[in-house]
Design a protein around this ligand. Structure first.
Ligand code: ATR
Length: 277
């Protein structure tokens, strides 16, 4: 007698203990009474390929990929979506029935969905977006904003050359500002996004002058620990609509969960609470 197959999924990184993904997926599995399990796996870079090749044989249907593997996994997967290729990173895998590994990046989707639900009156055509930071997270954010139809991206990063690199990837709708001039981007911005790690608990504060921030600018921070960063606090004081970063984490998990477990989950206050437990 063969046992029914229970779909398994994992989040793979190193270290992995801090990941909120097991709480999020676990909450959805439980509240929807679905068969399945989602576990954290600490995998070193040298073991990544072997682990990924073995997982389908153990009943895994997919995995999320996090630091430090998001770029390296591009060399292991058999197919990647165009958006993952453009972003240069993969955050979710599907182990296909034919043995192939499919990779996608849902970070940009998660960012945009979080923004739309937290600032329902914001529309991409409202005007330019100002972005602090030019790391991996910024790539996903810029890609999703340009796709959505934002007319211009003003980009500033401490290490200017990384911002210049993103300009060469994403093209002429991206304008680079020196980090010492980052505050100047705010005069025209309909949207401000912090994609740096500044403001995260245990890290330095973001010190860009915010005097030019206007009440019409929607402000969002990818940092979600703390939920209300100094940037969001200042923006609230100015009268801006603000959106915290936790929702991006929740929304990026939706397409993966649906693909692996067959049901589309909803992101609500209970999901937020589960992620913070
Ligand atoms: P992620 O994938 O989360 O974007 P990352 O690629 O390491 O991570 O990028 C981190 C971002 O935070 C970068 O924009 C980084 O600026 P640099 O490119 O100059 O490193 C920014 N960042 C981190 N610490 C910073 C600091 N003390 N001051 C200014 N920017 C900082």
């Amino acid at each position: 007698m063969s046992l029914p197959k229970i779909p398994l999924a994992a989040v793979i990184g190193s270290p992995i203990a801090h990941s909120r993904s097991p709480q999020i997926h676990g909450h959805w599995l439980k509240t929807m009474s679905l068969q399945g399990a989602y576990i954290p796996m600490d995998v070193l870079p040298k073991d990544l390929e072997q682990v990924l090749r073995t997982m389908p044989k153990m009943g895994f249907v997919g995995a999320n990929i996090t630091v430090p593997h998001k770029e390296a996994v591009m060399n292991i997967v058999d197919t990647v979506t165009d958006r993952a290729a453009l972003i240069g990173a993969v955050n979710m895998l599907v182990f296909c029935d034919d043995g192939k590994i499919f990779g996608d990046n849902t970070d940009g989707y998660g960012f945009l969905e979080n923004l739309k639900s937290g600032a329902p009156n914001w529309v991409p055509s409202d005007g330019p977006a100002a972005i602090f930071g030019a790391g991996g997270a910024a790539r996903a954010v810029i890609s999703s904003l340009l796709d959505a139809g934002v007319p211009e991206i003003m980009l500033s990063n401490r290490t200017r050359v990384r911002a210049e690199n993103l300009r060469s990837v994403f093209g002429a709708r991206v304008t680079v500002y020196d980090w010492t001039q980052a505050g100047n981007m705010l005069e025209d911005a309909a949207l401000l996004v912090n994609t740096t790690s500044l403001g995260m608990s245990g890290k330095s504060e973001l010190r860009v002058p915010l005097d030019a921030l206007r009440a019409q600018t929607v402000v969002t921070d990818l940092v979600y620990n703390p939920l209300k960063t100094k940037l969001l606090e200042t923006a609230e004081g100015v009268g801006c609509v603000t959106v915290d970063g936790l929702g991006m984490l929740l929304h990026q998990a939706v397409p993966a969960f649906e693909r692996w477990f067959g049901t589309r989950p909803v992101v609500d206050d209970e999901t937020r609470a589960a992620a913070l437990r």
